[in-house]
Design a protein around this ligand. Structure first.
Ligand code: CU
Length: 134
């Protein structure tokens, strides 16, 4: 008699266990949709060594791909210059004898003018280069 009750209990527990396991998860898969127009980072780090001298930047143009994380190492070969790209909110002095690092995400495609922002001599107003983000 006692044995039968124990067997029933075991069967009942096994039944509860099987039912519990067969319940399917009702969690729906959520597909994330990108609703922004912002350029996604490509994950590429583009390191470029740039020199500044009266009255040019090298290389020119500086070419990167849209979405690249760009790291510029800029060195002046003569006097103090500035490195300015208004559309990217970049404006840094380039002091002679040291390397200035500028890092940014190239999230805006297009051709942008790079200006020297520190007076460096008579050719200063014409000291320009181009950044091409494609
Ligand atoms: Cu200048």
């Amino acid at each position: 008699m006692k044995k039968r009750i124990i067997i029933y209990c075991i069967i009942l527990m096994a039944l509860i266990f099987v039912i519990g396991c067969s319940q399917k998860s009702q969690v729906k898969e959520v597909v994330a949709k990108d609703t922004t127009d912002a350029t996604k980072p490509t994950g590429t780090i583009r390191e470029i060594f740039v020199t500044a001298k009266q009255f040019e930047f090298n290389p020119n143009p500086i070419k990167v791909n849209k979405g690249d994380r760009v790291i510029l190492h800029i060195k002046s070969l003569d006097v103090a210059h500035g490195f300015r790209i208004p559309e990217y909110n970049i404006d840094k002095p380039i002091n002679p004898g040291e390397t200035t690092d500028i890092e940014f995400l190239a999230d805006k495609p297009g051709t942008f003018t790079i200006y020297c922002s520190i007076f460096c001599g008579e050719g200063h107003p014409k000291m320009r280069a181009q950044l091409i983000v494609e």
